[in-house]
Design a protein around this ligand. Structure first.
Ligand SMILES: [Zn+2]
Length: 337
C-alpha cells in the first residue's frame, strides 16, 4: 500500500516533532540535578559593595550602553584603565588598551533602506592586564568578560547591566582575590570590546597572541551572571573537556548557587535546548582548540532590552555567583596543568 504524498509529509513532520520533544525532555532531565550546593558560601568572600558599585557605574546612563566606538565606550575604557591600575594588574601589552579594528556586515542593513550594510569600527579596544604566576608563569588562564553592549538605538538606552556589566564586575572581583592570593598560573584579565558585533574582541586577542596557543590553559568566560530568580547558573564547556566537571563540582559544593552543566551539546541532540558553544567570547577560544568554561544565566525578559538595568539584577544572587566564580578560578589554578 502506498500512502498519499500529503500523508507521508504529515507523518514526517509528526516524527520530527516527537523526536525534538523527546530530545528536549531528555536533555532537561540530564541537567535537572544541579551539582550539590552548600547552604551558604564557605568560599572566599568578595567585596559585595564594590561588586555592585562596578555594575551600577558601567550600566549608568553616563556610559550610554557602551556601544563599540561610542563616547560611552570611551568612558567604560577610562573606568577599566583606572580599576586595572588600582588592582595593580600588569599591562598585557604596551598598555592595558589593545586597539583593533574590524568591519561589521549587517544582514538588517542589506534588507533595510537607509541602513549601512557594512560599518567600519576603526577604534575598538580590549583592556587586558595580568597577574604573573608563581609556579607556571608561561601557562595562562584567561578570565574574560565583554564590556561592550548595544548603546542607544532609536533614542532608547540599552544599559546592559546583566549583559555584561555583571561579567566585568565579577572579573574585577576575581582579580582582586588573586592580588591577595598569588596564583600558580599567570592569570590574564581580558575585558573584550565588540562582542555584540561578532565576538570581535576575542578574535583580535587570539590573532595577536604573543605566545603559542598551546600555552593557553583555559578561557573562563563570564557573560550575564547577575540575573536569575531561581538561584541557578549554567556552565558550558565540560562536554568538550570532561576533566573540568569535577573541578566545577568542588567549587559548587562550597557555594550556595545551583550550578548546572549544559548548553554545550548540538541542538540536534537536545531538541530545542540551545547550544551556547559559539554564543559569546569563549567561542573563538574553542575554535582555536583552547578549553573553556562559560558561566551565564538562562535568557530572561530583560535580555537585549532597555530594561536590562541595575535595578533588575538580583544583588544577593550576583554576590553568590561572584563568590562561586572566585572559587572556580582558584580551583582551576590549583589543579590545571
Ligand atoms: Zn553578552
Amino acid at each position: 500500500m502506498k500512502l498519499p504524498r500529503r500523508w507521508r509529509i504529515a507523518i514526517l513532520f509528526a516524527a520530527v516533532g516527537v523526536y525534538l520533544l523527546a530530545a528536549r525532555t531528555l536533555e532537561l532531565r540530564r541537567v535537572a540535578l544541579p551539582l550539590p550546593a552548600a547552604a551558604a558560601a564557605i568560599a572566599p568572600a568578595v567585596d559585595g559593595a564594590r561588586l555592585l558599585d562596578d555594575v551600577r557605574t558601567l550600566a549608568s546612563a553616563d556610559f550610554g550602553g557602551r556601544r563599540t566606538g561610542s563616547e560611552g565606550s570611551r568612558k567604560a575604557q577610562a573606568f577599566l584603565q583606572q580599576r586595572f591600575a588600582a588592582l595593580g594588574l600588569i599591562p598585557f601589552g604596551a598598555a592595558y588598551a589593545a586597539p583593533f579594528s574590524f568591519t561589521h556586515a549587517s544582514i538588517k542593513g542589506l534588507l533595510a533602506h537607509g541602513k549601512a550594510y557594512k560599518t567600519a569600527y576603526p577604534a575598538a579596544a580590549n583592556y587586558i592586564g595580568y597577574i604573573a604566576g608563581s609556579a607556571r608563569p608561561q601557562h595562562f588562564i584567561v578570565v574574560s568578560a565583554h564590556y561592550d553592549h548595544l548603546g542607544i538605538k532609536d533614542g532608547r538606552l540599552y544599559p546592559g547591566a546583566d549583559d555584561n556589566a555583571s561579567g566585568v564586575a565579577a572579573m574585577l572581583a576575581i582579580a582582586a582575590w588573586f592580588k591577595d592570593h598569588p596564583p600558580r598560573h599567570t592569570i590574564v584579565f581580558a575585558a573584550f570590546d565588540g562582542e555584540e558585533l561578532g565576538l570581535q574582541g576575542a578574535r583580535a586577542f587570539l590573532a595577536a597572541l604573543p605566545f603559542p596557543k598551546a600555552q593557553l590553559a583555559l578561557d573562563l568566560n563570564l557573560d550575564m551572571v547577575s540575573h536569575n530568580d531561581r538561584n541557578e547558573i549554567y556552565v558550558a564547556g565540560t562536554r568538550y573537556t570532561p576533566a573540568l566537571a569535577p573541578l566545577v563540582a568542588q567549587a559548587a559544593a562550597r557555594n550556595s548557587v545551583n550550578v548546572r552543566l549544559g548548553h554545550d551539546r548540538p541542538q540536534l541532540l537536545t531538541g530545542t535546548v540551545e547550544d551556547w558553544t559559539g554564543a559569546s567570547d569563549h567561542g573563538p577560544f574553542h575554535e582555536a582548540g583552547v578549553a573553556f568554561l562559560y558561566f551565564g544565566v538562562e535568557d530572561h525578559a530583560d535580555y537585549h532590552a532597555p530594561s536590562d538595568t541595575f535595578a533588575h539584577i538580583n544583588p544577593a544572587f550576583f554576590t553568590s555567583v561572584a563568590n562561586l566564580l572566585v572559587d572556580v578560578a582558584a580551583t582551576l589554578d590549583a589543579h590545571l596543568k
